[in-house]
Write a protein that binds this ligand. Structure first.
Ligand SMILES: [Zn+2]
Length: 157
């Protein structure tokens, strides 16, 4: 078999490579302010009807924020986080505002694939409610296959 399957973006973003990836570093920086999860902090941090991503978790004994749940809100991040503050045991959160629903969705998908081993999330992020055609760019079945992969070596036929 001569066909070589390209490395998926997930492979490229293994934990080892995260530190070398400018893109991910940028995202981590944007979400680096870890806040105690309570309605008061959420009100201070986020205006009504902002959309964006959030991480929920706790602080480990050595002071590290351990992400246990990732999510997004395509309608109102403030309302969503206040709901979590009232109904969950996660003690801390980080957040990132998004410009578009597509960006919000793709960031959530990427975080899901990167951190899936440690997350409480049981299912893959769903497509935005009014934009069901958006697909996760990190799922192998949605990746574009370069056209040169269809070249078949004649000796194989
Ligand atoms: Zn996916």
């Amino acid at each position: 078999m001569l066909i070589d399957i390209p490395r998926s973006p997930i492979d490229a973003l293994t934990e080892q490579n995260i530190a070398n990836s400018g893109y991910v570093q940028m995202e981590v920086k944007r979400m680096k302010i870890v806040r105690k999860l309570n309605p008061k902090n959420v009100n201070i941090d986020i205006s009504l009807e902002e959309i964006g991503n959030y991480n929920l978790g706790y602080i480990s004994e050595n002071g590290e924020f351990i992400v246990k749940y990732i999510g997004r809100s395509d309608t109102c991040l403030q309302r969503r986080l206040k709901k979590w503050a009232r109904s969950s045991n996660y003690s801390h959160y980080t957040f990132r505002l998004a410009m578009t629903i597509k960006q919000c969705y793709e960031i959530e998908c990427r975080e899901y694939h990167l951190l899936s081993k440690q997350l409480d999330n049981e299912i893959h992020p769903g497509s935005p409610r009014f934009l069901p055609n958006f697909r996760c760019p990190w799922c192998p079945q949605n990746m574009e296959i370069p056209s040169n992969l269809f070249i078949i070596n004649r000796s194989d036929i």
